[in-house]
Design a protein around this ligand. Structure first.
Ligand code: SF4
Ligand code: SF4
Length: 179
């Protein structure tokens, strides 16, 4: 052991350095407590809060009932019951769409899996409830969250991408096969 190391161990140098940092923060103390709920912290843009279902600008639900979100969810939060759009056999929608938010990990995999961006993560986090059955949300509740959190809505997919319009038309618009 060198003389310098011996002196350092004698005066407990590492402990002194640690105490120096502690005292620095102690003397420069500034309260960071917010008076919640009167004052709320601003959240980052990519904050993952309560999930919501989105609509197009004409009010149509974006969800096409494809079940991909249900398949992607690692916690089995989502239950989708898909059905044909009445009178349009090539189109489907979610007849029922439920989420058991007591199980959600807020991982965002369902949002990534959705092919039509029908799901979004809002910045809502004040969802403490006395009865956890209130966290089992149905389609109307999820649409209401989407309406609140995402007031800016996209145009319908067929108006954004003309190619999609061709594949997404009902049977009556498909040209007949030549015999
Ligand atoms: S955020 Fe994750 S855990 Fe929650 S519903 Fe979506 S996929 Fe499931
Ligand atoms: S939310 Fe998206 S992934 Fe889930 S069923 Fe609807 S369209 Fe499919």
């Amino acid at each position: 052991m060198t003389f310098k190391k011996w002196i350092k161990s004698l005066i407990f140098f590492e402990i002194l350095m640690g105490m120096k940092e502690t005292m620095k923060h102690f003397l420069n103390y500034r309260p960071i407590t917010l008076e919640y709920p009167h004052v709320k912290k601003s959240l980052p843009d990519n904050y993952r809060g309560m999930l919501g279902l989105l609509r197009y600008d004409d009010g149509t639900e974006k969800c096409v009932g494809c079940d991909l979100c249900e398949a992607a969810c690692p916690s089995r939060v989502i239950r989708v019951v898909s059905a044909e759009v009445p009178g349009e056999p090539t189109k489907r929608y979610a007849k029922d769409y439920d989420m058991d938010m007591t199980r959600c990990l807020f991982c965002g995999l369902c949002v990534q899996a959705c092919p039509v961006d029908a799901l979004g993560m809002s910045q809502e986090f004040e969802w403490a409830v006395y009865d956890k059955r209130h966290l089992q949300l149905n389609k109307q509740q999820l649409l209401a969250i989407g309406d609140r959190a995402f007031p800016e809505r996209e145009k319908r997919l067929e108006f954004q991408h003309p190619n999609v319009a061709y594949f997404n038309v009902s049977f009556k618009d498909i040209p007949e096969k030549e015999c």
